[in-house]
Design a protein around this ligand. Structure first.
Ligand code: UDP
Length: 416
């Protein structure tokens, strides 16, 4: 038996997207064959950015690009500053002191000294590595890919990051409503899922049951599930409140499965703040297990993603792909995935969430109808091949610059 197999056989998409689409994408990819793309982010693990990059880079390799993915390193105080900046860019409070700016910029400078970026295109993800660009001689296009909900950034935070953003050749955001006043061209790509990964592939009933049993998750009552990083924007407290209200009318078990990204220092605190809510029918779990995510999304009667802010919300697409009935917070990217009443429900308050929860738990036919439409939405709009094609189109727009005599980023331009 083969021990390893090619992780992303691109032809498998044919049955999902059709031969013509696949051929069109492969034609575009052929023109850019061998293109060296370096992605830079701040964590290999935890959260949607890492999830998308692990599949996107493999898809890009499978269609002939030389895709790479590097990380910046940072001390806990660096990640504490970047998390504050992240929150403020999504509208939260910030006290942006000179010391915070110094930590942020200095750690980026140190990373630039260690990181040789020899590529045809460089894609920098999110605010953590954003200032890197200021330390390189630029001989190839640099793209800033912002995954945040930028619909109402705190002015002070945006004014601070904006000069860094203006150094890039293009900015990619998840949605048009995140557009900012910028000189740089802006593009809008929604994230996507890999239908063949451990997290999203088909599972047998036995595999699902094994996962649930392994974590002692009872399925004698319908399961209500939310899977998210432990983060206030995901409103885990609101989910528990809605569940408690709903349970006065219909019995169920709530599972909150969460993790803490290595670049998110607030996660542990949020996790601990929830532990007092644990009871027989409210399980709060943390486990690094993609198959468990898959099993829960498949077995759940209802999947919730009651976020208050959400750049995109990959968990929504993941659950919809599995035909789950999803209740999502009416915000950011969730609004672009759920069409209220036709492939899921959108809610704006705890009471609304509780009401929809009761309705869905009582009505299996409705759950099935919404779930069926949800899967079709993901097939049409949120599969990784669509995202790979959008990147190909963006890279192709820079093609004249790839033919420069020496299309490479030189060594860091030292500033101090
Ligand atoms: N996730 C996971 N285990 C957990 C919690 C989350 O694997 O315990 C994954 C989830 O399946 C999804 C990603 O982390 O792939 C979260 O992405 P999303 O866009 O929903 O939120 P973000 O964390 O990026 O804000």
């Amino acid at each position: 038996m083969e021990k390893f197999f090619w992780p992303m056989r691109i032809e498998r998409y044919e049955e999902l997207v059709g031969a013509a689409t696949l051929e069109r994408i492969m034609r575009k990819a052929k023109r850019l064959h061998g293109l060296r793309v370096i992605n830079v982010s701040s964590t290999f693990y935890g959260g949607g950015v890492a999830e998308v990059l692990s599949s996107l880079t493999l898809a890009q390799v499978a269609i002939g690009l030389r895709a790479d993915w590097r990380l910046i390193q940072g001390s806990p105080d660096f990640f504490s500053v970047t998390k504050k900046l992240h929150n403020a860019l999504q509208g939260g409070e910030i006290n942006l002191s000179e010391l915070k700016k110094e930590i942020y910029e200095e750690i980026n400078f140190h990373n630039s000294l260690r990181m040789q970026l020899d590529a045809d295109v460089i894609v920098v993800h999110d605010p953590q590595p954003l200032p890197l660009i200021t330390h390189y001689r630029r001989c190839c296009p640099w793209i800033w890919r912002c995954h945040l909900d930028l619909s109402s950034p705190r002015r002070e935070a945006w004014d601070y990051v904006r000069p860094f953003v203006e150094e890039y050749d293009a900015v990619v955001m998840s949605l048009p409503e995140y557009a900012q006043e910028l000189e740089v061209p802006q593009r809008f790509f929604m994230p996507a899922i890999n239908p063949f990964s451990t997290k999203n592939r088909e599972l047998t009933d036995q595999e699902i049951e094994d996962r649930l049993r392994h974590y002692e998750i009872p399925d004698d009552l319908p399961l209500v599930v939310q899977i998210s990083r432990f983060d206030h924007w995901k409103d885990p407290a609101g989910v528990i409140e809605a569940f408690r209200t709903a349970r006065r009318e219909v019995d169920a078990t709530l599972v909150l499965l969460g993790n803490v990204a290595t670049d998110d220092p607030e996660g542990q605190e949020v996790f601990e703040s929830l532990l007092d809510c644990k009871e027989e029918r409210i399980l709060i779990l943390t486990a690094e297990d993609s198959a468990l995510v898959n099993a829960l999304q498949r077995r759940a009667a209802v999947v919730m993603q009651k976020s208050l802010r959400e750049g995109f919300g990959l968990t929504v697409a993941e659950a919809m792909w599995k035909g789950a009935a999803v209740i999502g917070g009416d915000c950011g990217g969730i609004r672009h995935q759920i069409e209220d009443g036709s492939n899921g429900f959108l809610v704006s308050s705890v009471d609304q969430a509780a009401g929809r929860l009761v309705q869905l738990l009582k009505d299996e036919k409705l759950r099935r109808r919404l779930g069926k439409a949800a899967r079709e939405t993901v097939r049409e709009k949120f599969l990784m091949l669509r995202l790979a094609e959008q990147y190909l189109d963006l890279f192709a727009a820079f093609e004249p610059r790839f033919s420069l005599a020496s299309p490479r980023s030189g060594p860091p331009r030292q500033r101090s």
